[in-house]
Design a protein around this ligand. Structure first.
Ligand SMILES: [Zn+2]
Length: 466
């Protein structure tokens, strides 16, 4: 059973991108949001990804260029007030024509030679760096990964996944990488506004005019409108929150007074040095296909060659999972990992690449109509699951049942197991909880299903709502 994003499909999203207002009050400086990763895991991940990036791109071996970018970066960190966040920031120049700079979680930053070439002044380079540094200290990448409804994330971060290996290797198995569509790098408009705001303060403190950041972003946006391929990656991963220049201008009166005295350096000679490097090499493909800019999608699932485990242990001792919404019993040798909208209960052997082979998913979705229509919403959910799991067939039509005093339906699908050459049975229970549809998906390979069915029935019967 593919599980990614199922939980969010029925959710009506509140749009959080706040438009810039004309009458400007002082905006509060943003803080890091909710995160399942620890700060150390951000740093570890950044370190591992940085190694991949350095294999894929040519790091420029030119002292003048390296010193130039480091001088700007360190000025932003030290004078701009980012030292307090205590990340091991470093700055490298990579030989790449596209107009971009990207920072990895935990601090490593790579500046494309294309950015140096495209800037009108040093302040514009500082603007992109300050914006990227703000994404790092606000932890936007891992914040978004935390919110991405990936049920096994808790198990990976808690070190519970089998096989060990690098953190990024395990995240790659869940489809979290560095590509354009990755949750780590596709920022929301809210995150963009926050990075603009903190980036602008950082610039002002460091002696750069914050307006240059907004001007440069608007210039990139205009180039994107002309289908300039060189700006595509940046503009697709940093969506325009709208009115960047106005939003920053409106906040200027509140920023530390500065005469914007950062030395105007020698951008022209740096641009000449870039030209001298000659044409940029083609980025190399790296293992795992997790490279920057490859548009690593979330939709494709590699054909599985993982054999079905011979034995999945099921303890007859049950323990109780409690949340603010419900409680449910499960075998005490299985793991329960929860995020905002879903709970996955599975044996370690049942968790694999972006999917679950054995286990139970409990999730909740707001009905788009504000009130659950059990039959309609059940059909919709079944369709959604069938879309996510190509070839899924309904083998049991929805039948009415009752769960813990609430109207419910039970249906069954047959689909392709994530284990090699194996079919799977998925029993789906949908429960009418007023405004929310609570649903359970009970998963096991078809040959084993009869062995797991009594356990799943016991788990479903044990549910209590609060
Ligand atoms: Zn951004």
């Amino acid at each position: 059973m593919r599980i990614r994003l199922i939980a969010v499909i029925l959710l009506a999203f509140a749009f959080s991108g706040a438009p810039a207002l004309a009458a400007e009050k002082q905006k509060k400086l943003p803080k890091p949001g909710w995160n399942m990763f620890s700060k150390d895991q951000d740093i570890q991940m950044g370190r591992e990804y940085a190694q991949q990036v350095e294999k894929q791109f040519k790091v420029v071996d030119n002292r003048d260029l390296t010193e130039y970018i480091n001088r700007i970066g360190q000025r932003l960190v030290k004078q701009g007030g980012l030292e307090q966040y205590q990340y091991p920031f470093f700055f490298k120049v990579v030989h790449e024509d596209s107009i971009n700079a990207f920072a990895l979680p935990g601090g490593p930053m790579f500046v494309h030679t294309g950015l140096i070439k495209a800037a009108d002044n040093e302040g514009q380079i500082a603007g992109v760096l300050a914006h990227e540094l703000s994404h790092v200290v606000l932890r936007h990448g891992t914040n978004q990964a935390s919110k991405a409804q990936i049920a096994q994330l808790g198990a990976v971060l808690g070190g519970a996944m089998l096989g060990g290996g690098s953190l990024t290797g395990q995240l790659a198995q869940l489809g979290i990488g560095l590509g354009a569509n990755s949750v780590l790098h596709k920022f929301s408009r809210g995150a963009e506004s926050d990075a603009d705001l903190l980036g602008a303060y950082t610039m002002a403190k460091a002696g750069y005019n914050p307006i240059e950041m907004a001007r440069f972003f608007e210039k990139l946006q205009a180039e994107a409108g002309k289908s300039n391929k060189l700006v595509e990656f940046f503009t697709s991963t940093h969506p325009n929150p709208g009115n960047r220049v106005q939003a920053i201008e409106g906040q200027l009166p509140y920023m530390p007074r500065s005469d914007y005295n950062a030395a105007e350096g020698n951008l022209k000679s740096m641009q000449a040095a870039v030209t001298k490097l000659g044409p940029a090499p083609k980025p190399k493909q790296v293992a795992q296909g997790q490279g920057q800019g490859q548009g690593q999608g979330q939709g494709s699932q590699p054909p599985s060659n993982t054999p079905k485990p011979a034995n999945v242990p099921v303890s007859s001792n049950l323990k109780v999972y409690q949340s603010s919404a419900l409680s449910i019993s499960y075998p005490d040798n299985w793991q329960a990992s929860a995020n905002q909208n879903s709970l996955t209960i599975a044996p370690a052997e049942g968790l694999l690449q972006g999917a679950i082979g054995y286990g139970v998913i409990v999730a909740s979705a707001q009905s788009p109509n504000g009130r659950v229509n059990l039959q309609q919403d059940t059909q919709k959910l079944l369709q959604t699951i069938a879309q996510e799991n190509a070839g899924a067939q309904l083998v049991q039509q929805p039948q009415s049942i009752n769960i813990s005093g609430s109207a419910a339906m039970v249906s069954q699908l047959k689909s392709t197991s994530p284990y090699a050459n194996t079919a799977e049975i998925d029993t789906i229970i949908t429960i009418d909880r007023g405004a929310n549809l609570v649903y359970l998906i009970c998963i096991a390979p078809e040959p084993d299903y009869s062995r797991f069915e009594p356990l799943y029935q016991q788990m479903v019967r044990s549910i209590r709502f609060k």
